[in-house]
Design a binder for this molecule. Structure first.
Ligand code: ADP
Length: 390
């Protein structure tokens, strides 16, 4: 493809590597893949080094040579940017070292990304590598929303604040919502509900976030696939004292064995739906807890915003599970939200309105595309800095 400029977007989790080769201008994805179970005993992919080589092999099976395909940048999704990183950042050794230090704040999330960055920089040494942070969009959250009511010296010393995550998705979806409505972003008050394995809500006024449900880490807020979301922190020292559980064990329980998995033994909403239909009481309760928490956040953000123009569902559950959307918004006509049952249930893809035409608050479904947003950020960042400028 003569003249095409492509960005390779890498999204590395502790045991997975998602990759996508994407044209940031047209938005066309040239190739994508997901390598899972990295490092697991039964897996043929022992580490991220092998995973990245496997990704290149998969691309070459598609007839794409990453070294000659017109690659202009590699974009790395990094979950936690701490207090300093809030722009797409060109990676050099010094930045990578600072990212390693940040792993203290995000021990479950940042280390795999740092590992992947190191391997990718060696394997693709001739192109710029850019880190795009999940926290970036929420960097300027108003102090009242970002601040925990704890000892302020401690918070300052240890950089404890509400950082917010899924920022790339919340920003992308809120911009798309404005485009779908044909109204300037600056005129809209929005609620965005990103409901995937990880789930978060945000309130956005004139394109700027005013609150979001995730905090110091992506554990706070909504009930998720395997994460508890909000809990009374006393649960932790209660378990520590009385159940003899260690800190790591409690952290792992709240992050990996809670949420829908902890309550119902299943985190996939398609499977959960079947279990509910078969009369499984644990699946029913898990679903009810999930929906109740979601409704609380919607109510909270309607109040935070005062006036809301549009509410948008996105990510796996938000885009595909019409029952979640129906139950999350049921009985909210007096709050200005009226779904159109037919539109909501219609098996459609793509961006669409699911509220009735006279609903004061428009309700939309918009597929998120974090990879495209990352690719665009990368292109902007690399074009802003001519080669050799640093
Ligand atoms: P991730 O956070 O891993 O990117 P996704 O955004 O892909 O997650 O969302 C995964 C969730 O979406 C899973 O719970 C899955 O069951 C749910 N999901 C995906 N497709 C559907 C569907 N057709 N109906 C209901 N739920 C779905």
């Amino acid at each position: 493809m003569a003249g095409s400029r492509l960005v390779l977007v890498l999204n590395s989790g502790s045991s997975s590597l998602k990759f996508q080769l994407i044209d940031p201008v047209s938005g066309i994805s040239r190739a994508a893949g997901n390598i899972e179970r990295i490092g697991e005993a039964s897996s043929s992919v022992p580490d991220h080094d092998t995973a990245l080589r496997r990704a290149f092999d998969m691309l070459s099976e598609d007839g794409i040579d990453v070294r000659t395909c017109g690659l202009v940048a590699v974009g790395h999704r990094v979950v936690h940017g701490g207090k300093d990183f809030h722009r797409p950042t060109l990676l050099d050794d010094a930045v990578v070292a600072r990212l390693e230090e940040l792993s203290v704040l995000a021990p479950l999330h940042n280390p795999p990304a740092v590992l992947c960055i190191k391997v990718a920089r060696t394997m693709l040494a001739d192109v710029p590598h850019v880190a795009v942070f999940d926290t970036a969009f929420f960097h300027d959250l108003p102090a009242a929303a970002a601040t925990y009511a704890i000892d302020r010296d401690l918070a300052e010393t240890w950089q404890i604040r509400r950082y917010g995550f899924h920022g790339t998705s919340h920003r992308y979806v809120s911009e798309r919502a404005a485009a779908v409505l044909g109204r300037p972003l600056e005129t809209l008050n929005q609620i965005v509900l990103h409901l995937g394995n990880g789930a978060s809500a945000s309130a956005i006024a004139a394109g700027r976030p005013v609150d979001t449900s995730m905090g110091l880490t992506p554990l706070e807020g909504l009930v998720m696939g395997t994460r508890s979301g909000d809990v009374d922190p006393s649960i932790m020292w209660y378990l520590w004292r009385t159940a003899n559980m260690g800190v790591d064990e409690i952290e792992s329980m709240l992050n990996h064995r809670s949420g829908m998995l902890g309550l119902a033994g299943e985190r996939d909403f398609r499977r959960l739906r079947q279990m509910i239909e078969q009369g499984d009481p644990a699946a029913r309760l898990a679903y009810d807890v999930f929906v109740h928490r979601l409704r609380k956040y919607i109510g909270a953000y309607l109040a935070v915003l005062g006036h809301t123009d549009v509410l948008t569902f996105t990510a796996g559950i938000g885009e595909h599970d019409s029952a979640v959307r129906r139950d999350a918004l049921a009985g909210m006509a007096e709050l200005g939200i009226e779904l159109d049952a037919g539109r909501n249930a219609a098996p459609a893809g793509g961006a669409r309105q699911i509220s009735s035409d006279n609903s004061p608050i428009a309700v939309l479904v918009i597929p998120t595309n974090e990879e495209l947003a990352i690719a665009r950020d990368c292109l902007q960042e690399t074009e802003a800095r001519p080669a050799g400028s640093d």
